[in-house]
Design a protein around this ligand. Structure first.
Ligand code: PEP
Ligand code: MG
Length: 593
């Protein structure tokens, strides 16, 4: 079967209306127009410019077009005499396209009208022309669409060389206009790499849809932090949806309705209204402490990817940051962040939390989160040199991060978290690296907090099974269930084809979680869950029943989880679950209610 058949189903209803299914990973509804993400689009930087900068951007475009023409002339001049005639003809076509007023003049106009940079304007214009060619009857003309693409890519490459935009370039775009409910854009892609998601977060998409990916893929995680509905694992959906199609996205069921009828549209508008009003009601528990019916106080912490998100976490009443994925500061850029840049980012998060604990995880790079330009040689990157393994293999990079963290520690209550531990030797090596960083700072007379709490992520089954030495040598533990499930079940967390086997409720997974929580109790150290399980309110009772008292999740999920906690009886849940776990049976969710 093709992935499409496995992962999605289509039904036709009426003329052009049809629907596709995938896995809803962020709940909510969205109604908007499709924006298709091309293979190269993501690399095109996009930023807003002022009216005064229009001429400079238009000049950049003219220079790049001229340079591209010169490149092509040089290629033609160097063509060997026995080169096929078609090659010279093709280059001739490219040269003509570069002079095409549609491309040149309209791109200049786009810059002025949309106040955006030259590459974005060119990219948009190129997409438009390609779409026009694709619609032509004549085979020859239709194929010219790919020439447009090649020419545009050549000019984009030249523009990239002259790009002096700010580091965080992708941030244009007009916020969705309130004028029409369908002006919200729904991004439709085959796949979106985590670094690209990061770049997209400054645009205002109403929802994300991808053909690939699983519920805890980093794409899904970043979509969640953006608080918009997302559906992954949609099989071949990307090829069925056209640019500007009207879409209804149901993040609860994972259904996307393409070109809905008026009746269906009205139904979903009503659902969306009801959902938004239910969410508004949740606001009433924002300031209430999260205490179960039997009086157990639960800590609700936030997961963040960028320092700015700490303010949102504080505003929503999070008890601290349970996971700051520091690698997002390193991704999607050509050079590594300096010690000073990192220091500022960590300090920002610490200050934004006003003295509440801020747990910053050291660089968890590798697997699907690669540094720009770095190719992995591993046949199995998820089992390779990632996270703490990578840091210990790159001591300079690790020292820079540790120094930045220590320097920031005086601005709040910092905790350092080590990802993907599998041996005690790694803990010892990290401790030595911290001592070395402290030593360097002391010699330079730079302040830091000497007794920062050091914790470890339990993501590797080996660490979970033999947890005691970790519990004895660390000051807190955090269960990274996203990876733990992947490794326990031998299921790639980002692979839609096996997503049905990625099972947080599997008895083996629950036993490991329970085992680690119990070890935390015995060693009197706090244990949290910071994987996506913690923010899934349908699993809140289950985690309470396993004895969890610290949940770390995306800020947008905190109120939903809090509502479940306020209605749960922790002791009763623990008793019910204990016997099921002992028997190694599946937990029937009815048992928890
Ligand atoms: C996890 O694995 O559960 C986790 C929180 O880390 P990440 O999702 O960043 O791998
Ligand atoms: Mg992980």
């Amino acid at each position: 079967m093709t992935p499409f058949e496995v992962n999605s189903s289509i039904r036709t209803a009426g003329s052009a209306m049809f629907s596709c299914h995938g896995q809803g990973v962020v709940r909510g509804y969205a109604i908007g127009r499709a924006e298709l993400l091309g293979a190269t689009q993501i690399e095109v930087s996009q930023y807003a410019i002022s009216v005064e900068q229009v001429e400079a951007q238009q000049q950049r475009l003219r220079d790049a077009l001229l340079e591209a023409e010169q490149e092509i002339s040089a290629l033609v001049a160097q063509l060997p005499t026995d080169a096929p005639k078609e090659l010279a003809a093709l280059l001739g076509v490219h040269s003509l396209l570069l002079q095409d007023p549609n491309l040149r003049a309209q791109t200049e106009r786009y810059i002025a009208e949309h106040l955006c940079n030259a590459e974005w304007a060119l990219h948009q214009q190129g997409q438009l022309l390609q779409a026009q060619f694709a619609a032509m009857q004549d085979d020859y003309l239709r194929e010219r669409g790919s020439d447009i693409r090649q020419v545009v890519e050549r000019v984009l490459a030249l523009l990239k060389q002259s790009d002096h935009s700010p580091a965080q370039v992708v941030q244009v775009a007009s916020p969705p206009s309130a004028a029409s409910p369908y002006e919200s854009k729904i991004l439709v892609a085959r796949d979106i790499a985590p670094a690209d998601m990061l770049a997209l977060r400054h645009r205002h998409f109403g929802a994300f849809l991808t053909d690939l990916g699983g519920p805890t893929s980093h794409t899904a995680i970043v979509a969640r932090s953006m608080g918009v509905p997302a559906i992954v694992g949609m099989g071949g959906m990307r090829t069925l949806i056209h640019e500007h199609d009207l879409l209804i996205v149901d993040g609860f069921t994972g259904e996307v309705i393409i070109n809905p009828s008026e009746l269906v549209l009205a139904e979903y508008q009503q659902k969306q209204k009801e959902y938004l009003s239910a969410r508004a009601k949740l606001e009433s528990i924002r300031d209430a402490p999260a205490i179960t019916l039997d009086g157990v106080e639960i800590q609700l912490l936030a997961n963040i990817e960028l320092p700015e998100e700490a303010s949102e976490a504080y505003a929503i009443g999070a008890n601290g940051i349970g996971l700051f994925r520091s690698e997002f500061l390193f991704m999607g850029r050509k050079s590594l962040p300096s010690e000073d840049e990192q220091f500022e980012a960590y300090r920002y998060a610490l200050e934004a939390m006003h003295g509440l604990p801020v747990t910053i995880r050291t660089l968890d790079i590798g697997a699907d989160k690669m540094l720009e330009g770095e190719q992995t040689l591993a046949t199995n990157p998820a089992l390779g040199l990632r996270a703490v393994r990578y840091c210990l293999a790159h001591p300079e990079l690790f020292q820079t991060q540790l120094r930045a963290l220590l320097r920031a520690s005086v601005y709040g209550q910092l905790q350092i978290l080590i990802p993907m531990l599998s041996t005690l030797e790694e803990v010892i090596a990290v401790k030595q690296a911290i001592v070395a960083a402290q030593h360097g700072l002391k010699q330079q007379g730079i302040d830091y907090v000497a007794d920062i709490k050091l914790g470890g992520m339990v993501e590797v089954p080996a660490a979970a099974i033999a947890i005691e030495p970790f519990a004895a040598n660390l000051e807190f533990l955090s269960l990274g269930t996203n990876d733990l499930i992947q490794y326990v079940m031998a299921v790639d967390r980002g692979d839609a084809q096996v997503a049905d086997l990625y099972d947080p409720m599997h008895p083996a997974v629950l036993r490991l979680i329970s085992h680690v929580i119990n070890a935390g109790e015995r060693f009197t150290i706090p244990v949290s869950v910071c994987g996506e399980m913690a923010g899934d309110s349908s699993l809140t009772r289950l985690l309470l029943g396993l004895g969890l008292t610290k949940f770390s999740m995306h800020p947008a999920q905190i109120l939903d989880v809090k509502r479940e906690i306020l209605m749960s009886h922790s002791y009763a849940l623990r008793t019910k679950l204990a016997s099921v776990l002992n028997r190694g049976e599946r937990v029937d969710s009815a048992l928890l209610h």
